[in-house]
Write a new protein. Structure first.
Ligand SMILES: [Zn+2]
Ligand SMILES: [Zn+2]
Length: 329
C-alpha cells in the first residue's frame, strides 16, 4: 500500500504545507482513493503520477473548509479530463448540499455521475475493488470521521510446509485450497482453506482520521490496524493555551494512544501553521516530533507535503520519497 500526502497543514496553507488531502493506493495499482480535499489538492496532484481518471472514490472526514474546499475544482477538472466512470463520494451529508449548490450556481457540467454516500449512515464496510472502506466516529467541533481501509483480493500464499506435513499431495488439492475451497483428506477430515495460508497474508488495515481531540475513540479499531494516520495539530503546551472544548489533538495525546494500543506505525499530520521547519524557532515542527517520540516507541513519521509512504507486506511503513527535505533543518 502506498500513501501520498497532498497537504499536511491545519486550517490554512503555508509556503511548505497545503491543507488536508491524502491519496491511498494499493501497490502498483493505477487506481487510487482520496481522503479529504482541501483547497489546492488538485494542484498538489500535479506533482504526482496519480490521474483523476483513475480516482475510485473520495472520502471526506468532515465539513470544515480545510478538508473540502478543493472538491468543486477537483470534480470540475475531472470532468475536463474526459472521465465517464461514476465517482463515489463518501462524506457527511452537508458535503452533498455544498457540491450541489456549487454545481447549480457555477454551471458545472460533469461528464460522469456523482454517487454520494452519507458517512453518517455507513454502518457496514463499502466494497471497492481494492479495499473495503468503513468509518469510525471521532470527536471534533462538528461531526468528524476516520476511514478504515482494509485491503481486498490479496494474493494468498499456501503454507507449503504445513501441507507437506499433513501429507496433502501436490496437484489438484493444492489448487482447490489456493482458490479458497476446503478439501477432505483421506481419513475423512476436512481441511479448511483459510487454515492453509501463511500468516502474513492477512489483509492489511489502515486508519486515516479526520480532526479529532480523542484518539482513544479509535482504540478498538486500531487493534488489528497496521497504520494510523492522525492529526497532531499542536504540542501539549500550545493545545492548553488554545483552550478547552472539542477540537484537536496534541502530539502527546496521540502518541500515548498509539503506545497503549501497541500500534506498529503512526504518521502524524495536520500541523498548525505556527510550527516552523527551522529547529531553532520557538515553535518548531521538531517540537511536535520530539513530544511524540517521548511518548511512543513505535515507527513514527511526521508527514511533509508530497511525502510518499509504503506499507510493506510485513506491515512495516517506510518513507519512500520526500520533497523539499532541505527546508527541514
Ligand atoms: Zn482541519
Ligand atoms: Zn476541522
Amino acid at each position: 500500500m502506498e500513501l501520498t500526502f497532498l497537504g499536511t497543514s491545519s486550517g490554512v496553507p503555508t509556503k511548505l504545507r497545503n491543507v488536508s488531502g491524502l491519496a491511498l493506493r494499493k501497490q502498483a495499482s493505477k487506481f487510487w482513493y482520496l481522503v479529504d480535499c482541501g483547497e489546492g489538492t488538485q494542484h498538489q496532484l500535479l506533482n504526482t503520477n496519480l490521474s483523476l481518471k483513475h480516482l475510485r472514490a473520495i472520502c471526506i472526514t468532515h465539513v470544515h473548509g480545510d478538508h473540502c474546499y478543493g472538491l468543486p475544482g477537483l470534480l470540475a477538472t475531472t470532468a475536463m479530463s474526459g472521465r465517464t466512470e461514476p465517482m463515489t463520494i463518501i462524506a457527511p451529508k452537508g458535503i452533498k448540499e455544498f457540491i450541489s449548490a456549487v454545481i447549480k450556481t457555477t454551471d458545472i457540467h460533469l461528464s460522469y455521475e456523482l454517487n454520494f454516500v452519507a458517512v453518517e449512515e455507513l454502518d457496514s464496510p463499502m466494497e471497492f475493488e481494492e479495499f473495503d472502506i468503513n468509518q469510525v466516529e471521532l470527536s471534533h467541533r462538528v461531526p468528524s470521521f476516520g476511514y478504515t481501509f482494509v485491503e481486498r483480493n490479496i494474493s494468498k500464499k499456501l503454507d507449503t510446509d504445513k501441507l507437506d506435513s499433513l501429507g496433502v499431495p501436490r496437484g489438484p488439492l493444492w489448487g482447490k485450497l489456493q482458490t479458497g475451497e476446503s478439501i477432505v483428506l483421506d481419513e475423512g477430515k476436512e481441511l479448511k482453506a483459510e487454515d492453509c495460508y501463511l500468516e502474513n497474508k492477512a489483509p492489511r488495515k489502515v486508519i486515516i482520521c479526520g480532526d479529532n481531540d480523542t484518539p482513544d475513540l479509535i482504540m478498538e479499531e486500531s487493534t488489528n490496524a497496521s497504520l494510523v494516520v492522525h492529526e497532531a495539530t499542536y504540542t501539549k503546551k500550545i493545545a492548553e493555551k488554545v483552550g478547552p472544548g472539542p477540537q484537536h489533538s496534541c502530539a502527546k495525546t496521540v502518541a500515548e494512544f498509539a503506545e497503549s494500543s501497541k500500534l506498529k506505525n503512526l504518521i502524524l499530520t495536520h500541523f498548525s501553521a505556527r510550527y516552523q521547519p527551522d529547529r531553532d524557532k520557538p515553535d518548531s515542527i521538531f517540537d511536535i516530533e520530539n513530544e511524540a517520540r517521548q511518548n511512543y516507541s513505535g515507527n513514527l513519521f511526521i508527514a511533509n507535503d508530497l511525502d510518499v509512504y509504503q506499507l510493506d507486506k510485513q506491515g512495516y511503513v517506510k518513507r519512500l520519497h520526500t520533497k523539499d527535505r532541505e527546508a527541514y533543518k
